[in-house]
Write a protein that binds this ligand. Structure first.
Ligand code: PLP
Length: 362
């Protein structure tokens, strides 16, 4: 009935649905298993939130060693991807497989996208990326580092090479940076963020989110970059995009940095155990991860189908993410992404999948 009203590019899109069978062990959405207690705080419910979220931005600016003017706040980093695509637009260059929202938002705004497959190690294919930069002259390039859903961090030098050759903006989406461990020369830096490269590259923008470290309910994401760039993107931001509740709660929780760090440490330790256990299973290949989840694949010799495994885990009250391959020879065919949960949840998952595999191969 609304066929004539809806724009053709929107009609052509598939709705992004989030499947959620009612399982009690939920390892499907890269959430932290650890939430944080909130005290009672009073909020003037009749007033709009601080449109600039200044107190919160100041706290994060100090933490990241940048000026508050270099930070833009979003209702989750998803919203910032939206703003970027509105303010900058395409063509957009996206290495795949990666986070789906870059493509979905670009499609919804009718911006042209070019996909470049990652190499066999899920690393950036520098040669192909540089060729695509030359051919399409993209205004936006999205690099998720560590990458969702593959879990690895693209080689730092390769990402830098792309930044140096790009005429447009390169967005380093560091949603999982706190879980990364590769190339840590200074242990206090906890991972190798690209924030420190911001003074060197004006076409670099770093994105962070609080969603993966236990504050997903608040919907808070941030873009960090050149002051004049942040000011330009800020023009398309909706004035009251982050609620007072979220701002106040985040400020309170961020005060207890030690608790957040402990939860991250626990997830990193459990990730090591989960990886070792998964690698030991027959017919499964687990991929090295620097994020809070692990990608694994049912190998061709496995008698179990991906659908079967997914359903049987759900029957055991455990939900993980089945990735859709979408066509032959897709690198994500027969792949799953499992979020690292609490130790008890990880043990339940491992016990369950081991049993399912043993039963199939009897
Ligand atoms: C989860 C995720 C996000 C989304 O973050 P929000 O702040 O919750 O919108 C952004 N980028 C990547 C790569 C993610 O995996």
């Amino acid at each position: 009935m609304f066929d004539d009203l809806i724009k053709p590019n929107i009609k052509a899109m598939k709705a992004y649905t989030i499947e959620a069978p009612p399982c009690s062990i939920r390892l499907d959405a890269n959430e932290s298993p650890y939430g944080f207690p909130l005290g009672r705080f009073s909020i003037p419910t009749n007033r709009y939130p601080d449109p600039e979220a200044l107190s919160l931005r100041k706290i994060l600016a100090a933490k990241w060693g940048v000026k508050p003017e270099c930070i833009l706040h979003g209702n989750g980093s998803d919203e910032l991807i939206y703003y970027l695509l509105i303010a900058v637009g395409g063509p957009v260059l996206i290495p795949t497989p990666t986070f789906a929202m870059y493509r979905i938002i670009a499609d919804s705004l009718s911006e042209r996208t070019h996909m470049v497959p990652l190499d066999g190690q899920f690393d950036l294919d520098t040669k192909a990326m540089l060729a695509a930069i030359k051919e399409h002259n993209p205004k936006l390039i999205f690099l998720s580092r560590p990458n969702n859903p593959t879990g690895n961090s693209f080689t730092r030098e390769r990402a830098i090479e792309i930044i140096e050759h790009a005429g447009g903006l390169v967005v380093l989406d560091e949603a999982y940076q706190q879980f990364a461990t590769q190339g840590v020369s200074n242990p206090r830096r906890k991972g190798d963020s690209f924030i420190e490269l911001l003074p060197r590259y004006r076409n670099l923008l770093v994105m962070r989110t609080l969603s993966k470290i236990g504050l997903a309910a608040l919907r808070l994401g941030f873009a960090i970059g050149d002051k004049s760039l942040i000011e330009a993107i800020n023009k398309v931001r909706l004035p009251y995009n982050v609620s007072s509740l979220s701002q106040t709660a985040a400020i309170e929780i961020l005060r207890d940095e030690a608790s957040i760090d402990r939860s991250i440490q626990s997830i990193v330790t459990e990730r090591g155990r989960l990886f070792a256990e998964l690698s030991r299973l027959n017919g499964i290949e687990a991929y090295h991860s620097e994020a809070n989840f692990i990608l694994f694949k049912l190998k061709a010799d496995n008698r179990l189908t991906a659908d079967d495994l997914h359903k049987r885990l759900i029957a055991n009250d455990i939900l993980i993410k089945k990735l859709s391959g979408g066509g032959q020879n897709n690198p994500l065919d027969n792949c799953f992404r499992v979020t690292v949960g609490m130790p008890t949840e990880n043990t339940a998952f491992i016990t369950s999948i081991r049993k399912i595999i043993e039963e199939t191969h009897k």
